[in-house]
Design a protein around this ligand. Sequence first.
Ligand SMILES: Cc1ncc(COP(=O)(O)O)c(C=O)c1O
Length: 447
Amino acid sequence: MNVRNTRREFLGFAAAAAASAGLFTRTAFGRSLADKPALLGGSPVHLGGWPQWPEWRQAWEPSILEVLRSGKWYRGSGDKVQQFEAAYAKLLGAKRCLATASGTTALLVGMHVLDVDAGDEVIVSPFTFIASYNAVLMLKALPVLADTDPATLTLDPASIESRITERTRAIMPVHIYGMPCDLDPVLAIAKRHRIAVIEDACQAWLAEYKGRMCGTIGDLGCFSFQNSKHLPSGEGGAITGNSDSLVDRAASFHDCGRSYGTFTGARPNFTRGGNFRMQHVQAAMLLQQFDKLVQETARRRENADRLTAALRDIPGIQTVRLPGDSRAVWHLYPFRYDAERFQGLSREKFLRAMRAEGIPCSTGYQEQYFDGLLDEAIGSRGFKRLFTAQRLKQYRDSFRDLPGNRVVCATTVAIPQNLLLAEPRHVDHIADAIRKVQAHAAELAKA
Ligand SMILES: Cc1ncc(COP(=O)(O)O)c(C=O)c1O
């Protein structure tokens, strides 16, 4: 792990703490809340950076070179992708896995084989990376937004049923930031209405819900292995599932419509399809990172628990509630920020002050349904042909009926996952920095 910490960090804090001895509460490491905020010229709480991401290990190189030297680079020759599929299915306890070019294409292929077609509707979690919306739009279906539960930051099951219409084909819960969505009520609704559940687990490798891995519980699950992810290969994705016929259909559709397993017809190409294949080099990268993923997931969890315990005592910081008997993997670590408890310090100024203290952080996703993407889609020729003007107007109006998501978008602060790979004493700097910013909130608000 590549951590750059220096003795300056300790000496800086020790000196500042001595100068203000007795005036303010001391943090666990001798720093004082009286220290000037870094944004106003004081020393940062954290110096020396954080573990870098992604990480390359020289020991992985022979396996990559073996693929490159073999000349067997694509799925149709060589076997690394197939090895990866078997190993990933085993790691997750899924019956099957199909590797894809990306998480977006995994969602696209998955929804296609779940019979999402032009003119259909898919209920989607609004608090997600835009790819979840886009995959639905690419199938010329309408991503209907259900609400977000401000306590969990995931899909509020109570908001789903009122949004189901005769065109609804699937529900897409998103395990955002690696936090499991409460799936049982979602599955019950889907069963009652005979619609499919496709889990967007693109940020949730090894997240668990009631003893099962996220991505293996709905009809299909989709993963991303893009560069920033906990299991990265630059680009890449996977579909997991327990139905041979669905995964065989997916394998066919992702490979130009070729016959595959139980899904056979006129050969070689008997159905529609595209090229959504993973390459062997990507699979070779992924295969070597399984142990690392397992170890780092445990470390992130320990550090996240430690951070949650520290944040609970800070007024104005609300940590996330995970659904019962679930375990997150923290692709980002989010909490909700109440500016009123910080002397009216806006979230944007809070973020700036935290970054100056050496703590990278950002807002979560914004109300992206107002950004124009969905307007562009529903204003297009295709969507106007597929949906009535009345339905499209009603759809557009429904964006204003997402009160939970509005609150979440306005108040969430998210800490990137690599901070949770640091030594616990450095993770403590996150809560220390928040306390320091809070102690100086009035000055910072004026700055
Ligand atoms: C929640 C979510 N869904 C879908 C995707 C799409 O994955 P990819 O970037 O691999 O296409 C991502 C990727 O960031 C994601 O975070």
